[in-house]
Ligand binder design. Sequence first.
Ligand SMILES: CC(C)(COP(=O)(O)OP(=O)(O)OC[C@H]1O[C@@H](n2cnc3c(N)ncnc32)[C@H](O)[C@@H]1OP(=O)(O)O)[C@@H](O)C(=O)NCCC(=O)NCCS
Length: 172
Amino acid sequence: MSSSAVAPSPQLPAILVERPEHARAVEVLVDRAFGPGRFAKSSERLREGNHKLDDCSFVALHDGRVIGSVRLWPVVVGDKPVAFLGPLAVDADERKHGLGQALVEAACTAAAKAGWRAVLLVGDAPYFGRVGFAAGPAAQAIMPGPADQRRVLVKALIEGGDADLAGPIRIG
Ligand SMILES: CC(C)(COP(=O)(O)OP(=O)(O)OC[C@H]1O[C@@H](n2cnc3c(N)ncnc32)[C@H](O)[C@@H]1OP(=O)(O)O)[C@@H](O)C(=O)NCCC(=O)NCCS
C-alpha cells in the first residue's frame, strides 16, 4: 500500500425520518429490545389505534440496516396536546455510542419544529434526564393503565410547554 492510501472508513450511522420501507425492520428491532411483553405496557395503549407522527419518527441506519428507532405519537393530557415518545430502541451491538440520545434529540427537534409544546414518555429518569426530561411537571399526567408515576417524564419544547399537564393521557 502506498503511503497516501487510506483504509476505507466504515459508514457512520445516519439518522433519517422513518419511511414505510423501514417499518418491518423497526418492528424486529423493537421486539428484540423489549421482548414479547412489550404489548402489555401501558404505553402501548397510547399507540394501538393511533397514528405515529411521520415527520417526528426517526431511524438510525448503518450501511442501510436499521440499527435504531424512535417514534412519536399524538396524545392529549387533560385538554393539552403533546407528543408521546416511544419506543426508543438501539441494536444491542450498537449501543453506548450516543445513538439513543441522538434519536431522542432528532425527534424532539422535529416536534418543536412541528409546533408541539412538549414531549412526554414513560422511561428511566437517569437516562432521559440527560436529554432534558423531568418527572416533576408530569406528576399529574395519568397513564391509561398501571405505570410508575416517577417514570412519566416530560420535556418542554416551548417556554412553559410543560405547565399544567394534568389529567388522563389519551390518544389525541
Ligand atoms: C436505552 C437505549 C435506547 C440507549 O441506547 P444507546 O444508543 O446506548 O444510548 P446512548 O449511547 O445515547 O447512551 C448510553 C448511556 O446511557 C446509559 N443507559 C442506557 N440505558 C439506561 C437506563 N435505562 N438508565 C440509565 N442509563 C442508561 C448507558 O449505560 C450509557 O451510559 P454511558 O454514556 O455512561 O456509557 C438502548 O440501551 C436500548 O435500546 N435499550 C432497550 C430498550 C429500552 O430500554 N428503551 C428505552 C425505554 S423507552
